[in-house]
Write a protein that binds this ligand. Sequence first.
Ligand code: ZN
Ligand code: ZN
Length: 346
Amino acid sequence: MLACTYVERGRFELREKPKPRLLDPRDALVRVTLGSICTSDLHIKHGGVPRAVPGITVGHEMVGVVEATGPAVSSVRAGDRVTVNVETFCGECYFCRHGYVNNCTDPEGGWALGCRIDGGQAEYVRVPHADQGLCRIPDTVSDEQALFVGDILATGFWAARISDISDEDTVLILGAGPTGLCTLLCVLLKHPKRIIICERDPARRAFVRNRYPEVLVTGPAECRDFVLRHSDHGGADRVVEVAGGEDTFRLAWECARPNAIVTIVALYDRAQTLPLPEMYGKNLTFKTGGVDGCDCAEILRLIEAGRIDTTPLITHRFPLTRIEESYRLFEHREEGVIKVAVRCGE
Ligand SMILES: [Zn+2]
Ligand SMILES: [Zn+2]
């Protein structure tokens, strides 16, 4: 089968590989129908993920059809259409039992797929801990509607959940990239008083204005003043930092009101400074990233009910045979790309 492979730092290649098979009674084999490319894949490509193993098949955003299951798998069976969770987790360890599945202590727990073990930018993928890692897609939900459930939408959902948003809050979201937009969709479900999104790219700002007219939009340079003018208590009550830019961590806490919650979803390339003397007395609560992707069934129900729709994020479609071209487009943000959908089963 064809598999997009992390060859070495700076190089991914579509290679012919043997079809994966079940290795553990809890495994499932999934025929991938649709996959996508995530910014984390680019982090792997550029050597920014030391845990990533050269030779592995990359890709951790995908949906497909279960082809086979090990004898210990009970939640899905052959023929089921499923979302694949970016995090495989055992469901039994201390962290899993408390919902902190990102920190699952199992050797194949956490973000393993497409990083430490073969992922899904391929025709088939082996999914460990399939009872936790797969979710059946309702019949009325299409593959494209479900494509982001296991990764960026799970991240947005988790970020909105841990930010404890109330209907009195002004919520500032930094970044309107794919994950920022998924975060926005999930924050909208909490019906805060106001949502402000800050984005550097004018095309992405226009996208938000057109699609979500109830959301206030600003750019980084004027963000702080804008938030002051559009909040009730000298800053945002909740800040969700998804941008991960040069100065966005500072912007996040500067735009927060005293006693706000600042949720950090962004994956930074570099260490960030927490200037405690400057923020003394502001009494902020920081929550930091690494999605606990354990709400996928609930997210699928929300999609089925028409309350979340991420399909406008899919701006480009490619077959797997042209994945190298789709990487180029995604990496260089050509043609106004937000997300690509890669058809793997043809
Ligand atoms: Zn990802
Ligand atoms: Zn676990």
